[in-house]
Design a protein around this ligand. Structure first.
Ligand code: FAD
Length: 327
């Protein structure tokens, strides 16, 4: 029997969506290990108001440490909090999101607790011999399965791979005192890539463009479709167009880009190379627009439009606007 700790991420005073994935995975794991699920939230005063939501996706106990100094990521206090909760070995596993912040925090915690860390996991299983983690290597060309020989197992989870299951129960909220000093590191600012724009990994609808668009200027067509689809929609891109300098790397979907799992994914002028599919094939509904009926993307698409994207896109945007206006 072992408990599992989910280390949550807070941005701008609110619990980030990716934290829900970590709590969901922790709850599933704790269920298999026969233990309970704990979550840890460090943030500015008021951050605890988001704690109740975590109970509804499986956190039995939510530790909340509020301090003005925790407005921005505080690595040292975060490590202190994890070490204090783990004590002399409370947890079977401690999970983090494999975000920029998680990639900084998880190794720090592993060093402090002197235990193993598996990063960017896409699967965590309990097997006879213990906890086994699957993680892609070499841009997804190989999958490594790693077995932990000792607890706690520290694992960072690839965003958009794990999803939480709702449950009709609340978690116990426990205030945690964590010293903000001494500190040798101070995060002064976190700068978003493009302010105001929804990140492709967090959007519920993604419109991705590929080399079929022929030119960076033609992205106006995709922007128009995103605009027609409304709030929650964001632009994505294939690597070919990122390499060509048409779009920023932050929009790239695929093995060497972001993994996305939106409700709806449009692949426009994208052939469907295996490396692209690796980043989007778990989307709920996939719509492909391609002039080549043999394009591999149609193999994973729920809806396929064989046609010239320059004709299809304006008509699609117009139809979507008409449908939304009638609602
Ligand atoms: P293309 O393969 O050139 O496809 C363009 C498509 O547009 C074609 O299917 C064509 O029929 C269609 N088209 C052309 N004109 C029109 C038109 N007028 N109307 C409609 N359709 C049209 N790729 C990624 O996307 N993400 C990754 O993360 C990634 N990582 C990689 C990692 C490694 C190690 C390697 C080796 C490759 C990686 N790639 C990745 C590259 C990948 O193999 C493909 O080269 C890339 O995805 C192709 O991009 P594309 O589909 O935009 O271009």
């Amino acid at each position: 029997m072992a408990d599992v700790l989910a280390v949550c991420e807070v941005r701008d005073g609110a619990v980030r969506g990716v934290s829900r994935e970590v709590v969901g995975a922790a709850a599933r794991l704790a269920g298999e290990l026969g233990g309970s699920t704990h979550a840890l939230l460090l943030g500015p005063p008021g951050v605890g108001s988001g704690a109740a939501d975590l109970g509804e996706i499986g956190a039995d106990r939510i530790y909340v440490a509020e301090d003005d100094d925790f407005g921005l990521y505080h690595p040292e206090a975060s490590v202190r909090a994890v070490a204090e909760l783990n004590g002399s070995g409370a947890y079977g596993a401690i999970l983090f999101p494999a975000t920029a912040q998680g990639k900084d925090l998880a190794p720090r915690c592993a060093a402090r607790l002197d235990c193993g860390l598996a990063t960017d996991a896409t699967e965590v299983e309990v097997e006879k011999e213990g906890l086994v983690v699957t993680r892609p290597l070499y841009a997804g060309k190989a999958l490594a399965r790693m077995k932990f020989a000792a607890a706690p197992a520290l694992v960072s989870l690839r965003p958009n791979v794990f999803s939480p299951d709702p449950r009709p129960a609340a978690g116990e909220i426990v205030a945690l005192e964590v010293a903000s000093e001494p500190r040798r590191i101070r995060v002064r600012e976190i700068e978003a890539g493009e302010r105001g724009k929804l990140d492709v990994a967090e959007a519920s609808v993604v419109v991705s463009g590929g080399r079929g668009l022929q030119d960076a200027d033609h992205w106006a067509l995709l922007e128009d479709l995103v605009d027609a689809l409304g709030e929650g929609a964001a632009l994505g891109a294939s690597r070919a167009v990122v390499d060509a300098g048409w779009r920023p790397h932050g929009e790239q979907v695929g093995q060497t880009g972001k993994t996305v799992a939106p409700n709806l994914y449009f692949a426009v002028g994208i052939s469907g190379a295996i490396q692209h599919l690796a980043g989007m094939r778990t989307a709920n509904v996939i719509v492909a627009i391609n002039k080549d009926p043999e394009a591999p993307i149609f193999g994973v698409a729920d809806y396929g439009i064989v046609g010239d994207l320059f004709e299809v896109l304006p008509r699609l945007a117009e139809e979507i606007r008409a449908v939304r206006a009638a609602q």
